[in-house]
Design a binder for this molecule. Structure first.
Ligand SMILES: [Zn+2]
Length: 527
């Protein structure tokens, strides 16, 4: 069974009779969002979608965390005067472009673009609003009064010993506006005394102010490991997965569970731990300025393909994605294979059924997938590099039938991404220039190779139809017919003469795409 269906089965067993589900995830908007965060979006978005398929009311809630302190400098902001904001809540820092409402929103807008393109439409509460509207007040009070018990949980679960003066609550300093630098000194049930400490953290400098203030309604923030179970409660979360780092033994999830059980006596949501999404290809950031952000990678793949990439692997398996090399053409091939199984009417085995489901859930354009011809990405890559080829005409030939409007739409989309791939990632072996003149390298072909070229010309001259399959078969017959010929030498002859390369696309189809007279003339040009 497909993993999302299996998880939803488990959820429905866990919550028998329940009809409404809150599926939550969050992202701290402290810089451009990494592509890895898209995995969380897709997992939670799909679980909500499958719950709806089962007739349940499911709310996908994606919190933009804009209340954490700025604790690192995004690369693109180095030297741009943002040092003074280190330690302040992200929503209280100006937007780098001066246009967005604040720093967090600036990065949130970019990420939201990717989320929406991928067909997800979550509710987007802001953490700052949860604090300011008092949603977190009960938990702030609990954290301040049960400080000692929370410290004991930290120690028991993770082995981390916090000093006596440690508090899970941090006040936003009234003088300098920083939250990362403050220590709570005492709590009288209504107000806290606090100090803004110069060297509490390395990334922000406190102003040494001491004050007294109510910690409620947005004046203070909870530390992450307490804030997490607080949010489970405040948002009535039923389902919340999280990355591997949070789910390590003694990690933040374990601590959250203990706090729920022993301190707040609140529900622990259904957990979906998921593995990392790793991006390879070191070259990519330097050579073309393409990075590993969600926006950068989403620009290189159609939204369906990005969804498929995230869905085809179970959450408990690492996804390694290296946009260099053949990864992208291979992803298209895997997607097309899955599409084939979706539309296949006969029997399917378990793997094929799962592939079909992954394809179905990858859809962005149509809720029910519409069948269309899916031209192979690597073939399109070739076609668009040969100026004399008409893309629609060639694809129609490959399809063996007239193109429909949906076919054309698909071709246009794939051509757009094939161009991007050629520009940014395609290895040398996928780059072709049709040689309008016989290349100089043809002189280096052996006598046997030249003989093959002549024989091939004669054979093609006598062919009645100029179709890839026929040419393909004839080339193989010719190669087999002479024991001195090797397939390698023969195919190399073709690629040398037409592409000035020793390799190329499938030769029969490739030659059929060219003008017959042009092909025969070139093959005879050596003698
Ligand atoms: Zn201060």
């Amino acid at each position: 069974m497909f993993w999302a269906d299996e998880i939803v089965d488990n959820i429905l067993e866990t919550y028998t009779g329940r009809n409404t589900f809150i599926v939550r995830d969050e992202k701290t908007l402290s810089g451009r969002v990494h592509i890895g965060s898209v995995r969380g979006v897709v997992i939670h978005g799909i679980i909500a979608q499958v719950l709806k398929e089962r007739g349940k009311e499911a709310h996908f809630v994606y919190e933009f965390n804009d209340y954490d302190p700025m604790d690192g400098m995004p690369k693109e902001l180095e030297g741009r005067g943002f040092n003074e904001y280190m330690g302040k809540p992200l929503c209280n820092i100006p937007s780098p472009d001066g246009k967005a409402e604040n720093f967090a929103e600036y990065y949130g807008v970019e990420f939201l673009g990717v989320i929406k393109e991928m067909g997800f439409d979550p509710e987007l509460p802001r953490a700052s609003q949860a604090y300011k509207k008092g949603k977190m007040n009960d938990w702030i009070k609990l954290a301040l009064t049960k400080n000692k018990e929370i410290r004991e949980i930290y120690k028991r679960v993770s082995g981390s010993e916090k000093p006596d003066h440690w508090s899970p609550v941090q006040v936003i300093c009234e003088q300098c506006g920083k939250v990362g630098s403050t220590d709570v000194l005492s709590f009288d049930g209504e107000k806290v005394k606090y100090r803004c400490t110069k060297a509490k953290v390395t990334w922000a400098k406190g102003c040494e102010f001491e004050g007294e203030i109510s910690p409620f309604d947005g004046n203070a923030e909870l530390t992450w490991k307490v804030e997490w179970p607080a949010k489970w409660d405040a948002y009535d979360v039923t389902i919340e997965g999280s990355g591997k780092d949070h789910n390590a033994a003694g990690g933040s999830h374990d601590i959250g569970v203990e706090i729920c059980r022993n301190i707040s006596h609140t529900e622990v949501p259904f957990n979906i731990p998921y593995e990392f999404f790793l991006v390879g290809g070191k070259k990519m950031s330097s050579s073309k300025g393409i990075g590993q952000t969600a926006r950068d990678i989403a620009d290189q793949l159609p939204p369906e393909m990005l969804r498929f990439l995230m869905l085809k692997t179970k959450p408990n398996r690492i996804i390694e994605f290296d946009p260099e090399g053949e990864t992208i053409p291979r992803l298209f091939d895997q997607h097309d294979e899955a599409a084939k199984w979706y539309f296949h009417e006969g029997e399917k085995d378990v793997v094929q059924t799962d592939q079909a489901r992954a394809f179905e859930l990858s859809q962005v354009r149509d809720e029910t997938p519409q069948e269309r011809f899916l031209p192979r990405f690597s073939q399109l890559v070739f076609i668009i590099q040969i100026p004399r080829l008409d893309v629609y005409g060639e694809v129609a030939k490959i399809k063996g039938a007239e193109l429909t409007d949906l076919d054309r739409e698909e071709i246009d989309l794939r051509v757009e991404y094939a161009k991007k791939w050629l520009e940014n990632y395609a290895p040398e072996k996928y780059r072709y220039v049709l040689q309008e003149e016989c290349p100089a390298s043809a002189k280096n072909l052996s006598d046997l190779q030249k003989q093959f070229a002549r024989e091939l010309a004669d054979m093609l001259d006598n062919l009645d139809n100029w179709e890839g399959e026929t040419i393909h078969g004839q080339i193989h017959n010719l190669v087999k017919g002479n024991e001195d010929y090797t397939p390698k030498d023969c195919f190399q002859t073709i690629y040398t003469l037409f592409l000035d390369k020793t390799f190329g696309p499938q030769a029969g189809w490739f030659l059929s795409a060219l003008d017959k007279d042009f092909v025969i003339k070139r093959l005879r040009e050596l003698t």
